[in-house]
Design a protein around this ligand. Structure first.
Ligand code: AMP
Length: 416
């Protein structure tokens, strides 16, 4: 092919034969979240870089190597959002939403950007949807959040869901745990990768997130956070699990699930499905009781999750093109007068009957227009020529059965 300009690696065009599934899912998500009283929030696609540096954590993969950041003409350092939580928290603080109600429940859908290595289910621009619930410190809130997303997947018939859950405790519990991890990993200091060595000093929990095989073997034998939780943290975690059981949600406790971002506390979770290959995480989230305060707001216990739309579509395993809506009527117009006439009738059918009606604008022959109607898989073709206009009788062809009937103009509208 000629040397044409192509889209950026890791981004994608969603062509018109694919957009119906996206619209269907977006509507589904809006409806599902609304049923729980969550309201949509829309924030800008880019923010001050500082927002993400302050919230996500200095030694996370996102901040160290995946952010799309640049300095604009006004010398501001800006970044395309790599996730939504930081932006939603910023808006929550900036607009003093906490002052309006004690519990603020928000959801979002939109693009996120990370410079990761593209592969199946992993893009550099991808669509995320998620929830953020501000104000409640109680385990019931954790369970609600998990129930909302779990039931969304169930309603969409996603098979083999695995909910992994853990508690990484409050700050207090983590002090002792950090020390235990440091002394454990210190024994293997010589074997650790440079990045883990750095984390060993500042944030040893992040070593548990390692992708390196021999470090993963070390992680399996590392101390477990559950043994270091204080009573309050333990009670909180157990209550979350009990409610999940009552709601019939199966879970697996994963002692080494810490999630990639620094801002989590207490409950963390991930929902996976084994139909996705290596990128098997459908969603991830957790409590972030300190983040609002960390970004300059009042202390506000909060919890949320983010989920990927591309992976949801993959997991649904459906023929996305097959979901496309076909037009109801193709008006085959023969001659200039017929086109003008058919445009009027088409509008009437659209407005009064809410139908999808196609007009040919290429002035093609009867044969070519019929071919086009077939290609579009329309339900009916209505043939209009000069004679038909004169006699006010038209030929309506049912494209599924092949049946044709002569019909008067004023009866056409009644037919639908
Ligand atoms: P994370 O904040 O990394 O836990 O992401 C939340 C969810 O967003 C994941 O569980 C995925 O479903 C989705 N996701 C994250 N990164 C990507 C990516 N690069 N491409 C596609 N989906 C992604």
């Amino acid at each position: 092919m000629k040397n044409i300009i192509r889209n950026i690696k890791g981004t994608k065009d969603i062509l018109s034969d694919q957009t119906d599934i996206w619209k269907y899912l977006e509507n589904f998500i809006h409806n599902h979240f609304s049923k729980f009283g969550y309201k949509e929030i829309r924030t800008p696609n880019f923010e001050n870089t500082n927002l993400f540096l302050k919230s996500i954590g200095d030694d996370t993969d996102i901040v160290t190597k995946e952010m799309y950041s640049w300095v604009d003409q006004g010398n501001n350092s800006l970044t395309l959002r790599p996730e939504f939580t930081a932006s939603v928290v910023r808006a929550y603080i900036q607009h003093k939403l906490g002052k309006q109600t004690k519990s603020h429940k928000l959801y979002y859908i939109g693009s996120s950007y990370r410079r990761e290595r593209p592969q199946k289910g992993r893009f550099r621009e991808f669509q995320q949807f998620g929830l953020e619930a501000f104000g409640s410190k109680y385990p019931e809130q954790d369970a609600e959040i998990i129930y909302i997303i779990y039931s969304l997947y169930e309603s969409l018939n996603i098979k083999n869901l695995v909910l992994k859950i853990n508690s990484i405790g409050s700050k207090e519990s983590r002090i002792l745990y950090k020390e235990a991890l440091q002394s454990y990993f210190k024994k293997y200091e010589k074997k650790l990768t440079d990045i883990s060595l750095k984390r060993l000093k500042n944030n040893p929990l992040r070593i548990l997130d390692t992708k390196v095989d021999f470090e993963k073997d070390l992680v399996i034998k590392a101390p477990k956070i559950i043994d270091y939780l204080n009573e309050e943290d333990k009670d909180h975690f157990n209550k979350v699990l009990t409610i999940l059981e009552k709601l019939n949600i199966k879970y697996t406790i994963d002692h080494y699930l810490v999630r990639g971002l620094d801002y989590y506390s207490r409950t963390v979770f991930e929902i996976q499905t084994n139909s996705l290959g290596s990128q098997n995480a459908l969603c991830g989230g957790g409590r972030y009781d300190y983040l609002v305060e960390q970004l300059g707001g009042d202390p506000t216990p909060s919890i949320g999750f983010a989920a990927g739309l591309e992976r949801l579509i993959l997991a649904m395993g459906i023929d996305t093109a097959a979901l496309n809506k076909h037009p109801d009527i193709y008006i085959i117009s023969l001659g200039d007068k017929a086109i003008e006439f058919s445009m009027k009738i088409a509008n009437q059918l659209r407005i009064e009957k809410n139908l999808i009606v196609i007009n040919d604008t290429l002035k093609r022959s009867l044969k070519s227009q019929m071919k086009d109607a077939n290609r579009l898989q329309v339900k009916y073709a209505l043939i209009i020529g000069d004679d038909e206009i004169k006699n006010k009788i038209f030929c309506l062809k049912n494209m599924e059965t092949g049946n044709q009937e002569e019909i008067e103009l004023n009866k056409i509208l009644d037919l639908f």
